[in-house]
Design a protein. Structure first.
Length: 260
């Protein structure tokens, strides 16, 4: 569950608990005395900016949470946050567009930290044919559109295992980020109608969970393996939270169908 925290000491305790680190563990990693860390967490000592940044490293805080920690202690945030449409983000936006276009004719899309659609190539857009327009209204949440009965769910052949995979990934995202919106989304999607468990489909199921979906045009099953790409050197919050999801054909039949 997400924990409501305000002060810098509360935030540190919360993240330390999430990462399952004792005060001794965290103090050792950040090269600070356990006594001083205890004083910071209890509010008896004010941390320096340098100390907070040192503590953020072993806690593996997302950039957004590093800013939040600094603000809680009265310091200016370190990492900027810009809209992907701002001029300063033009180079990153071009990279995103190039990856999505270059991945065609296979589906690819970019999502933000809440799994809202930022951009998609034509192949990804085609797979969304038939989805209730209400689910595609901006901001389009791709997980909701995938698992909702009015979305892609009726066309996903292996819905039980794909649903399990997505919910497990969403839960991990929520726990890693501490984002209450992700916790709420996880609860919402878990409550949607779910099919009975079934065995994985196809030969790729022994190496990865495939997405097997019926083509809305031909009704043939298309099987995909997915990869996730992030900007590994991002110092902007928005860019660090952006994820590119690229789907590759898991068999020759799918490859030929998409190339046609």
């Amino acid at each position: 569950m997400a924990t409501q925290t305000n002060g810098v000491g509360d935030l540190l305790r919360d993240w330390r608990a999430r990462r399952r680190l004792s005060q001794l563990d965290l103090a050792g990693e950040a090269d600070v005395s356990t006594r001083h860390l205890s004083f910071v967490e209890s509010g008896r000592a004010a941390p320096s900016r340098d100390l907070l940044l040192r503590l953020a490293e072993p806690l593996a805080l997302p950039l957004r949470e590093r800013n939040r920690l600094l603000l809680a202690a009265g310091f200016a945030p370190l990492h900027p946050e810009r809209s992907i449409d701002e001029p300063d983000m033009a180079a990153a936006k071009e990279v995103i567009g190039a990856v999505l276009r270059g991945h065609g004719p296979f589906p690819a899309l970019a999502v933000d930290r809440h799994w809202n659609l930022v951009a998609a190539n034509d192949a990804a857009g085609a797979l969304l044919a038939g989805v209730d327009p209400a689910l595609l209204a901006p901001p389009t949440n791709v997980l909701r559109a995938s698992l909702h009965p009015d979305g892609l769910a009726p066309r996903i052949v292996n819905l039980a295992e794909w649903r399990h995979h997505l919910l497990a990934r969403l839960r991990d995202d929520a726990e890693r980020s501490g984002d209450p919106i992700l916790f709420a989304l996880h609860q919402e999607l878990r409550a949607l109608p779910a099919p009975a468990s079934e065995r994985p489909h196809g030969p790729t199921a022994r190496i990865a969970v495939p997405l097997v979906i019926r083509d809305p045009a031909s009704d043939m099953p298309l099987s995909f393996l997915s990869t996730t790409t992030v900007f590994g050197t991002a110092v902007d919050v928005t860019l660090a939270e952006l994820t590119l999801e690229c789907f590759y054909p898991a068999n020759e039949e799918t490859r030929r169908a998409l190339q046609r």
